[in-house]
Structure formats: C-alpha cells, structure tokens
Design a protein around this ligand. Structure first.
Ligand SMILES: [Zn+2]
Ligand SMILES: [Zn+2]
Length: 880
C-alpha cells in the first residue's frame, strides 16, 4: 500500500505515538542478567513538585544522545529515572496552598499535613513524569524511583545508622545557617549571597573606668551588639596593644565585656577592632569557643529579638531592632558615624528570607574521613571530570569541606531514625520503630522530630535505586554506573556527596565519568530568569517546533562546560532542518518506492556516477568524524557534522546532481540515494529520535525500532579521494557560475549558454564527463568547451583550473540594465542620505522609541549593503 508522505514534517503528528512505543515496547529497558557490555547511569532526579525547564532539557538531552548511541552499539543500556522529594521546596508549596484556605500546617498536625503533601506529590509526580517523556529520552521507566519510596527510605536509615555507629554522625550545638521563614537549618550551599546596599555603623564602646575613652567598632548589623560578649583586636596591632585584657562597658546592656586578642582580626578592616557576637556569627562563634566567651542568644528561630536582648528590644523583628538600637545609641552619643556600604547578604535559596547564623542543636556528618577517599578517587583518575578543569573546583571544595549539617526542622522528608526514652533519657538508633527502651524498658519513646536534608537521600541515589542494601542483580550488574551528567552548580551539593557515600557504602565509585554541562542563557548571553522575562519554556518549544528541534538546538550548542545561548529562532532553524530532511526523504521515497531490489549489497559499482561515488566516500568520513566526536563527548561537533552533511552535501548537492541519473533510470544511483538516507537517519537517531524512528518505519528498513539497529561505522572500501576531488571541483565550478548569475541579476528561471576554457586536461575531462550534471545545476542550455578566449560581451568567472564565459547576447539588454540599475542606485542613495541624517539628529535619537532608533540603524546597514551590490553589478555591466 502506498504511504501518504505529507509535504511538511509535522512533529505533533508523530511524537506521542513514538513516546508510547518506546515505553510500551520497553525498548530502553536494561537487562540485569547481562553484565558484560552494560552502560548504566542514573538520571539526576528532578524535584517532584518541579516543572521541566530548559536546564533539565539540556542536562538530559546530552546524556540521552550518548545512551542512544550506546544502545545502537549493542550495549545493555540502563538509564534509571526518578524524582526527588525536595524537602523544603515541596513543603513550601503545600504550605502556601493551605495558606490560601487559611490553614496552617500546625492546625493539621504532622500526620495530616504529610497526608496532604503525599496527595499533592501524586499529582505533581504524574505531571513531571509526563513532561520528562516529551523529550523522547531513553529512560528505563520500569526502574523508576522516588527518594521517599519504601526501598530508598530503608537505604537512608541503614546509612544513617551505620554512620552513627561508626561515630561519623553526631548531634551538637553548632553554628548553622538558619532560615527564620522556613524555620529550619539550611546548608551553606543553600544560602545565596547577593550584593546589597546597606550601612556600616561605627559604634563607640566605653572603656571601663576611663572617662571619654572608647573603642570604635564597625558593624553592618548593629542589632547583634546586644549579644556581644567581647571586642577582638589583632595581637600585633600597635593601636590597641595596651588595651588587650582591659574591660569595656557594652552600651544599652551595661554588661562588662573583655578586649581580647585574636589573629583572625583583620587590622585593615574598619577600625581594626571587631565586636564579637558568638551566638550570631560563624566567625565569632569560633572566636567565642577559643576564648571561652559567653554565648548570648538575642535573636530566636523566628527572627525575633529574645528576652536577652533587653526589655526595650524583645519581641521586635531584626529590622525593627536595628532602628531602635541605633536610635538608643545615638541618644547616648555612641554612634560615631554611619557610612553607605555595599556588602553581600545571605538569603534562603528557597524563600529569599535573610538567613540568620544561629547556634542550634543539630545533627552533623563528620565529613573529613569520608572526603579523603573521595578526593583520592578523582586524584587517581578513577573518576574523571569532563571538562577536566572542574576537578580543580572539586578539590578546592573537598579540601575545605566542613561537617555537614543533615537535620532539617521540617516534616516532609526522612524522619531521623533516632528515639529518645522519655523516662531515662536513653537515645536509641534503630531501623525499626522500637517498642521498648533498651535500658529501662519504658515504652514511653519519642522519635526525633527532625528530618534529613534532602541531599542525604540523593547522595545514595546511584546505589539505593539499584536495591542496596540488598545484593540485587541490578546492583551487581549496573553498579558502578558509567556516567553522571549534570550541571556544575551541583558538583558540591550532589556529585561530591555521591562519591563519598558510594565509596563508603557501595564499596566502589558511583560512576566513572562526570560530564559537566553549562548554563542556559538567552541569545544575548543573559541568564534566564522570570524577572527578566527571557525564560524559554521547553514544553512551549516542543509544542511549536517539536522535541527534535529543541534537542538539536541544545546538542549543537552544548560545548562541554561552556554556557550555551539559545533562542526561539534557533529552534525554528532546526525545525527547518528536520523539514529539509523530511522533504529529502519524501523525494527518495517517491523515487525508490517501486524499486524491486533494495539490497545495497547488490550494488553494481560500474554504474555509479561521480556524485554517487562522492557521496559514498564523504559518508564514510562523516561516520568516522561523528563516532570520534561522540566518543569524546563532543556532542556539538557530531551534531554540526551531521547537520552539514545532510543539508549541504546530501540535499543541496547529491540529490540535485543525481536527478539526471534518476531521470535516466539508473537503479544503482537509487540504491545509493536510499542507502545514504538510511545511514543518515541512523546517525541522526540519537539527536533527533522522533523523525528518525518515523522515517525508519516508513521506509521499512527493518521491522524493529531504529534503536535496535547498528550505529553506522565507516566502511573504508567506499573511500574514494579521486571522486571527492573531482566532485569538489564540480561544486566549485557550479557555485562559481551560480554566483556570477546572481550578481548579474539574471532571472533564476532563465537558461544561459556556457563556454568553458579548462586550463588542464584533467579538469577538461571532468567537465566533459559531467556536462549533463553541470547543465542541470547551472540551468544551461548551450554548453561548449573552448580552447581560446572568445570575442564579444561575456559575464565571466575564473579559477586556477578554468575560466567560463556566459554570453550576454539574448540574455541581458546591457544598456537598459545599466540605466535601470543606475536609477535604483539613486533611489538607494537618497534613502541612505535621509536615514543618515535622521541618525545624526539629536532630537530623534533622544525622543524616538528605542526600537525605532534600532530599526533605523539596521536600515542604514541594509542600504549600505545594497548599494555595494548595485555598484558591483554596475561595474560588471560597464566593463562588458
Ligand atoms: Zn527560607
Ligand atoms: Zn529508658
């Protein structure tokens, strides 16, 4: 039955069908019994409440290209998908939803609130999973995991308990970053620093028993002075040497505080004397520990001033307290000056609230013993970063790593498996809910309320998802995984922690290579953000141009480790590329559908035209280049190679040049045409899976998915450098004629006569042999090889190997043309003059809308360009 081959490629007509096909036929399902040639990886789990964004699209498309090719190379690929429960992010979403109904989570209580979160999770999980499928990724959906599912929760508890028993987990009062809005500790990495304009306050602290003698301290947060318990200076600072050990009277609080010496004080900053607030600053915390100072907590977990801040200030917010403190100090004449000051302020990544450093009783992982082997794994090259320069960043962070605060004061997450006996105070750490206290037998036990940092569970992702701690076939076959592809922004959050946990619990590195991708930027190189309004939504792009166009845009622009600029116009461009391929395929289909013998192996080499031999030879080089590029993870280069081959070689030259052979019924040319197309769509499948699978089916190249066919390898018997040279000479020649035609403004449909003067015998032979093709491609009726320069009026073109002449007689009325062009030229010159005048007019530049000014500038450039072309043509005609 004849297939209806639409005139345009409409991705919307086919994409859903293939998504369903790949999933239902389990094309990309891994085989846990086949270890010898496996290629496994885990998907960085998107937040279960998230929506697919361009960063995901990039981070997933790149490894997908690698996986699809591996599949076609016969690997047992297994790419495990999943979602992350995303502690704070998810809890905030549900809290906000409830707030709209006027409900607080405390009104519901922990259990009921969590029920609401699970309900919401089911809905949003379905959505993000669906969105993930739209990209056509080769994920093994039969192995989908969620960080809070039963198996993973078991792994999390097991790891916690083992670390606890190895004394690598401890609880204690330490300085953490606290978000007063979210009411939880957050990690250093979840604090986003932003430059802000603030003030630097210079405060006078009176020296005890000395009238009118002060030490001046500078601070950006005067409200914290209420919790000061010392002033520190550098031990070698001449200005303060005599004051070390003396006592100050802390204003407003009337508390005696010592002047201490500590080497961390920077003599150059401010006055060289710093106030020390051990309870509210991480550096002061350390100073406080070293000097045994008091820790006075003046701000509470909600960001409100405590009783210890004094009667006047308790109950105020931090901002209110700042104003009041300065007013009170000014009243006492203790503010020396206030300067404008730009400094960086930490904000909660999730909610934007200013983070408060706070001493808090939290759970920590003692990280140094875990970090050491993780550093070694990268140093020895067991794990490789691509590009390699990211290893430096990794080392820097790992060498300076601090203990990891893993407890969060949230409800949504893995509740810490620690139980406290309410009677004897015993702490029980247990995987199962214990019935009785091990020490006193009481059943009055209470579980730790805190949950674990989300990254604690995602750090286990490469092995917990494979069934660990059970020794499953999945674990034996697929661990360690081969590749981790992710953004540089989570090297610390995630990659480093996976390496540490993998080595400790998976007993091996979690992956062999880490492929780091860049950041998505808009066409002007700007970061995409909602506030700038320059966000490009991948789902929107898929709806408009198809997933293949989106994937190809990302692939061809993704230089590893570099930021990539994308724009809608590029997507449109690659949609056009898909369309170009579609039309070529349609042409091939129409011409080969009745071909009885489609077996390329029966090809008769004797019948091949120059173009046939050339395209087959070029195809081998293209396959070689693409395979090398993909081996080196130079996806962008491979994409560029296939693009150029399809568009500029196969479509523009080969198909055009083979039309003559097709007309003459050369069945071997038809075989080459078909075979090359087959290899093109196989090469393209990892990049543009939808159109490739569709064409594969339409041409009935096999009854199975294209994913199960072999990725093309070069066959050197088809290399033919002579054919490549001769064809490139023809291409150069034809391009030369076309250029001259265009410059002289010859109507594209007009036929010309062509006289050719070759300068050597090889060229002469090449041109003679391919006269028919040349005539076809240059729209020539009269064609003559001559031996000397002709007389008369000719347009001409020259190269090393030939000259050609196009008689103007009967083609162009030269004098009339000259007049016409001169007239057109005058018109352009006039417009250019007035445009330039406008652009010199200050008034216009100031008052006209920006777009109009821009458009006028562009117009000026266009006119200049046009003028140049007209002058060029005029020159040609005048010299005839
Ligand atoms: Zn927050
Ligand atoms: Zn007890």
């Amino acid at each position: 039955m004849e297939l209806e081959f639409e005139k345009e490629y409409i991705p919307q007509n086919i994409e859903k069908k293939w998504i369903k096909f790949w999933i239902e036929k389990r094309i990309f399902q891994g085989d846990e019994k086949f270890k010898e040639k496996k290629f496994s990886l885990v998907l960085p789990p998107p937040n279960v409440t998230g929506t697919l964004h361009m960063g995901h699209a990039l981070a997933f498309t790149i490894p997908d290209i690698i996986v699809k090719r591996k599949k076609m190379q016969g690997y047992n690929t297994m790419w495990l998908p999943g979602t992350d429960h995303a502690g704070i992010a998810t809890q905030i979403v549900v809290e906000r939803m409830l707030a709209k109904e006027g409900i607080k989570k405390e009104d519901l209580g922990r259990e009921k609130f969590l029920q609401k979160v699970w309900e919401w999770k089911e809905k949003s999980e379905k959505r993000i999973k669906e969105q993930l499928t739209t990209l056509g990724l080769s994920l093994d959906w039969s192995r989908y995991r969620f960080t809070l599912d039963e198996g993973l929760s078991k792994a999390v508890k097991r790891v916690f308990i083992e670390l606890y028993n190895k004394e690598l987990i401890y609880k204690g009062n330490y300085m953490v970053n606290w978000c007063p809005r979210c009411g939880t500790a957050i990690s250093d990495l979840e604090v986003i620093y932003e430059e802000e304009r603030g003030k630097l306050y210079y405060l006078k602290y009176p020296i005890k028993d000395k009238k009118n003698e002060f030490i001046i301290v500078a601070t950006t947060r005067p409200e914290t002075m209420l919790g000061d318990t010392a002033v520190a200076v550098h031990p070698e600072d001449e200005r303060y040497k005599d004051l070390i050990g003396k006592t100050l009277i802390l204003p407003l609080q009337n508390r005696e505080i010592p002047i201490i010496a500590d080497k961390v004080v920077e003599r150059e900053f401010g006055t060289g004397a710093v106030k020390v607030t051990p309870a509210h600053d991480p550096n002061d915390f350390k100073i406080g520990k070293r000097h045994n100072l008091d820790f006075v907590k003046v701000i509470n977990e909600k960001g409100i001033m405590t009783k210890k801040a004094g009667e006047k200030f308790k109950g105020l917010t931090r901002e209110e307290a700042r104003k009041k403190v300065i007013e009170a100090l000014e009243k006492e004449g203790l503010v020396l000056k206030i300067e404008e000051y730009t400094h960086s302020v930490g904000h909660c990544q999730r909610c934007g609230t200013v983070v408060e450093p706070m001493i808090s009783n939290q759970w920590f992982v003692k990280i140094k013993p875990l970090a050491e082997p993780a550093i070694k794994a990268v140093e020895t090259g067991k794990i490789k970063f691509i590009p390699k320069n990211w290893e430096k960043t990794y080392f820097e962070w790992m060498y300076n790593i601090r203990d990891w605060c893993i407890s969060r004061q949230l409800w949504w997450g893995h509740q810490i498996p620690v139980y406290y006996c309410q009677d004897c105070g015993e702490t029980i750490v247990s995987e199962e809910n214990p019935k009785k206290c091990l020490k006193c037998g009481s059943n009055n036990l209470k579980q730790e309320e805190d949950v674990l940092d989300t990254w604690f569970s995602s750090a286990l992702w490469p092995f917990s998802t494979l069934g660990w701690p059970e020794e499953t076939d999945d674990l034996k076959t697929f661990y360690p995984t081969d590749l981790m592809a992710t953004g540089f922004d989570i090297i610390f959050f995630w990659v480093a922690r996976m390496i540490m946990m993998g080595l400790e619990f998976g007993k091996d590195i979690p992956f062999k290579e880490v492929l780091i991708n860049g950041l998505i930027r808009d066409e002007h190189g700007q970061k995409m953000s909602k506030t700038k309004g320059n966000v490009i939504d991948p789902l929107d792009m898929i709806n408009k141009y198809g997933a293949d166009a989106l994937r190809f845009t990302l692939a061809i622009n993704a230089v590893p480790g570099m930021d990539i600029s994308i724009s809608e116009s590029r997507m449109k461009g690659y949609k056009a590329f898909a369309n170009k391929l579609w039309n070529a395929a349609r042409f091939v289909y129409m011409n080969t559908k009745e071909l009885e013998n489609k077996n390329f192996k029966t090809l008769n080499k004797e019948n091949l035209s120059l173009a046939d031999r050339w395209i087959l030879s070029t195809l081998q080089s293209v396959k070689k280049e693409i395979n090398i590029s993909l081996d080196e993870y130079k996806i962008f280069k491979a994409a560029d190679t296939i693009y150029h081959f399809v568009w500029h070689q196969y479509c523009d030259w080969y198909i055009e040049a083979s039309k003559k052979e097709i007309r003459e019924g050369n069945k071997d040319t038809l075989l080459v045409l078909l075979y090359t197309l087959k290899e093109i769509i196989q090469l393209l499948f990892p990049f543009m899976p939808f159109i490739s699978e569709e064409l594969w089916e339409r041409f009935e190249f096999s009854s199975k998915s294209i994913a199960l066919s072999n990725y093309p390898r070069p066959e050197y018997k088809w290399k033919n450098s002579e054919a490549e040279n001769l064809m490139s000479e023809l291409i150069e020649f034809v391009s030369g004629v076309r250029k001259v035609r265009a410059e002289a403004g010859i109507n594209p449909s007009a036929y010309i006569n062509l006289l050719i003067l070759p300068s050597n015998d090889n060229t002469k032979e090449n041109i003679e042999k391919n006269a028919k093709v040349i005539k076809l491609l240059t729209r020539t009726k009269g064609f003559e090889i001559i031996e000397g320069h002709p007389q008369g009026r000719y347009l001409k073109g020259v190269s090393l190997n030939w000259e050609f002449f196009i008689p103007v007689e009967g083609l162009i009325e030269v004098e009339k043309e000259i007049k016409r062009i001169e007239k057109e030229k005058t018109g352009v010159e006039n417009e250019l003059k007035s445009t330039e005048a406008r652009l010199r007019n200050e008034n216009f530049l100031k008052k006209a809308p920006k777009e109009i000014v821009e458009r006028t500038k562009r117009r000026k450039e266009e006119l200049k360009e046009k003028l140049k072309k007209l002058e060029n043509t005029l020159n040609i005609f005048k010299n005839l």
